[in-house]
Design a protein around this ligand. Structure first.
Ligand SMILES: Cc1cc2nc3c(=O)[nH]c(=O)nc-3n(C[C@H](O)[C@H](O)[C@H](O)COP(=O)(O)OP(=O)(O)OC[C@H]3O[C@@H](n4cnc5c(N)ncnc54)[C@H](O)[C@@H]3O)c2cc1C
Length: 425
């Protein structure tokens, strides 16, 4: 533990490293892989467990921004991430910047279902030149298995139009395993991790302070990359360098997500487009395997407008709302013995006016600290490009007081967290 005047206690071990990433969600693990493969000497430090906050709570949709163009206008957000599905697919096939061949793909396609009056607006949107080639209108004969029972039913036939997007869905636990596995001795865990002014650099830069299981360690690093999601805010607030810096500000977008364990053989992966004028789909549904693998059971995980507008509701009211929506939209699915759960979570992003969505991955430099918010899982390739561009050199010539493997003997290898739906039994 550092003393008030920033001098470490006697038992604090001193170490140096070239690049330290703080935070082991998708951003930190993506950058660890991307920078290591470019020849950088990188260490990642996680405070809780890998994927602990947003990443394992995400729906795992790798999207090309189409849902942000629902009003028929190709916004900057939709242009910026249009390339992302192709970049990820290249990685999944082993020909991208990171080898993700061991990552499980839950669905090769994501769908968008427009029911009722919104159809005409959607047709206009589909006609727009900018979106050509990124979306297909499906004939009922080509509908995914999830719709089969509905199509067979005389009374419950799905109405409206179904579109297939270029988006797809990843199993986030397997993605994180894939990214962490090659770097076991570089992905370490501390009980508490903070950044503070580095005395070795006249307090003009930051160093990383880690409370490890075997005692405190101070790591002086050429570069520190903050990838702690919502935790970036506290890390930046703690750090008081000798010269005041223009530290980036963060915004939180709260969501009230719903999970339901349901017995239905075919998983659902689709945006349900409502009649509201907003750009957010009424429901955004993904399906995830149940941890105890009972036959035909999936966890449906539900975001979209339901999650955004439900932040002021208690769990029971939000779950009741979700149940009403799902039984109306999918009358062919039996929810009688389904188990419901919901929880609140914040998306952490750089602050912009009116809580607007950022268009791109965010990177900002303060002295030797880089602050990163990918803003979307999908934008990690974009985040990697920006950080690689900004990191000035590969090996700074620092003499490492302790190499990664020595640090590994003082700290422990980071654990993996569990996705929130694993709580449903
Ligand atoms: C409900 C939900 C659904 C989403 N769905 C999608 C989707 O389908 N597609 C998409 O593209 N994006 C989606 N997103 C956005 C996406 O999940 C996030 O943009 C992305 O996961 C952010 O990753 P991150 O690594 O920056 O942060 P996080 O995943 O939050 O990781 C931060 C890590 O830092 C650690 N940490 C915190 N403080 C410290 C500290 N002091 N020291 C060390 N470590 C620390 C945390 O324990 C955590 O492991 C979704 C987000 C949410 C909340």
């Amino acid at each position: 533990m550092s003393t008030a005047d920033n001098r470490p206690h006697d038992n604090t071990r001193m170490a140096s490293a070239h690049t330290v990433i703080v935070g082991g969600g998708i951003a930190g693990l993506w950058l660890l892989n991307r920078l290591s493969s470019c020849g950088h000497d990188v260490l990642l430090l996680e405070k809780n467990a890998l994927g602990n906050h947003q990443t394992l709570a995400s729906q795992g949709i790798i999207h090309g921004g189409l849902k942000y163009a629902l009003n028929g206008v190709l916004s900057p957000a939709s242009s910026a991430i249009a390339d992302m599905p192709a970049r990820w697919r290249a990685c999944l096939e082993g020909r991208g910047e990171i080898d993700l061949r061991d990552t499980r793909v839950l669905s090769e396609h994501y769908y968008m279902w427009s029911t009722g009056s919104v159809r005409s607006r959607l047709k206009t949107f589909l006609g727009s030149k900018a979106l050509r080639g990124r979306i297909d209108t499906l004939d009922p004969a080509d509908y995914p298995a999830f719709f089969s029972e509905g199509l067979r039913s005389r009374t419950d036939t799905p109405q409206g139009t179904l579109y297939r997007l270029s988006d797809f869905v990843l199993d986030t636990p397997s993605l994180l395993q894939n990214l962490a596995r090659p770097w076991q001795d570089r992905v370490l865990q501390g009980v508490d991790i903070r950044i503070s002014a580095d005395q070795q650099k006249n307090n003009s830069a930051a160093c990383v302070h880690v409370e490890g299981l075997h005692g405190p360690v101070n790591i002086s690093a050429a570069h520190i990359i903050l990838c702690a999601g919502e935790g970036n805010e506290a890390l930046l607030a703690d750090w008081q360098p000798s010269e005041p810096l223009n530290k980036p500000l963060m915004q939180r977008r709260p969501l009230h997500m719903v999970c339901v364990r349901v017995r239905h053989p075919a998983p659902a992966y689709l945006h349900c487009i409502g009649d509201s004028i907003g750009m957010t789909p009424r429901l955004t549904i993904t399906s995830h395997p149940c941890h105890d693998g009972r036959n035909g059971e999936w966890i449906w995980y539900i975001g979209g407008e339901l999650a955004e507008s439900g932040v002021h509701l208690d769990g029971a009211s939000q779950q009741a709302r979700a149940k009403a929506e799902l039984t109306t939209l999918f009358p062919w699915v039996n929810f009688t013995s389904a188990i419901w759960h919901s929880f609140m979570i914040n998306r952490a992003e750089p602050r912009i006016a009116d809580l607007q969505r950022p268009d791109n991955a965010f990177v900002s430099i303060c002295a030797n600290v880089m602050v990163c918010w990918p803003t979307k899982l999908s934008l990690c390739p974009n985040l990697g490009d920006r950080v690689v561009e900004l990191l000035p050199d590969k090996f700074s010539g620092l003499r490492h007081a302790m190499q990664g493997s020595e640090l590994a003997s003082l700290l422990t290898t980071a654990d993996h967290a569990y996705p929130p739906w694993e709580k449903i039994r």
